[in-house]
Design a protein around this ligand. Structure first.
Ligand code: SF4
Length: 258
């Protein structure tokens, strides 16, 4: 199995481990990846291996294709559980992310009112008021916080430009609980260095940050597909269960995906 570049702007529906029957909305170019991170575990591969030549889809293209797909699904009596913003990179990088969220909520209400609108984001654009406000309007605002250790973040998530984890935590708190924290736990190594974040030196401080953020839920998971860095290993079920149980003991719902 190799890394994946998704069709754009609509893909699926696919069955998601965490979300159910999910219709994907990919705001990134159809032939490559655009992300403000360059995670060593990214299922789309490294940014440098998938530089796009096509532009991002326009707001109009996204809305048109989404409506066509929803009409088709309704005609086939196939209701999505969730409309998920994900795909080839970071959805909030799209310059019209907020307007597209509003279009999507309108179409959801029209064609599949029971479906949730979910956004998977790496949290790097939540300082933008329009992005913050749009994320407040979606059902599942799923934001990445892999660790609070700056060295680990640089080694594993490779942020482009400044990334201040303390500021990110403050911005996550500003959602006042309307946020789901998503965290990757894994073992193994990259470039000859350990990238294991399942030990107490990572889990303990991360848990304190999660408690301070007071999210509605936490989703922890591990590697599921081929990764661009080849010496990564899955966290074990026991490790994930133990972390999950600590989050739940802190009064925060938590799921683990293996
Ligand atoms: S934030 Fe997501 S899309 Fe971006 S590099 Fe990391 S895993 Fe890939």
């Amino acid at each position: 199995m190799s890394t994946i570049i998704y069709p754009s702007p609509i893909f699926g529906p696919v069955h998601s481990r965490r979300l159910g029957i999910s219709l994907g909305i990919n705001l990134l170019p159809a032939d490559g990846k655009v992300c403000s991170f360059d995670c060593i575990y990214c299922e789309c591969g490294f940014n440098s291996d998938h530089r796009p030549t096509l532009p991002m889809p326009t707001r109009e293209e996204v809305t048109k294709k989404l409506e066509e797909k929803l009409k088709q699904m309704v005609a086939e009596a196939q209701q999505p559980d969730v409309l998920t913003f994900a795909g080839n990179g970071e959805p909030t990088c799209h310059p019209h992310f907020a307007e597209i969220i509003d279009d999507t909520i309108r179409l959801r209400n029209q064609y599949c009112p029971k479906a949730k609108v979910s956004v998977l984001s790496n949290s790097t654009m939540i300082h933008r008021p329009a992005v913050h406000d749009a994320l407040m309007r979606v059902d599942n605002n799923i934001l990445k916080l892999d660790t609070i250790d700056p060295i680990y973040i640089n080694k594993v998530d490779h942020p482009n430009g400044d990334y201040d984890v303390d500021k990110i935590i403050e911005r996550l708190k500003a959602f006042n609980g309307h946020v789901i924290i998503q965290t990757m736990f894994m073992r193994g190594s990259a470039s000859g260095e350990s990238v294991d974040n399942t030990g107490e030196e990572y889990v303990g401080p991360w848990l304190e940050a999660v408690k301070a953020i007071k999210p509605q839920q936490v989703m922890i998971y591990t590697i599921d597909r081929e990764t661009p860095a080849h010496d990564l290993q899955k966290a074990t079920h026991e490790q994930l269960d133990a972390i999950r149980d600590r989050v739940i003991a802190a009064g925060i719902p938590c799921t683990a995906s293996y």
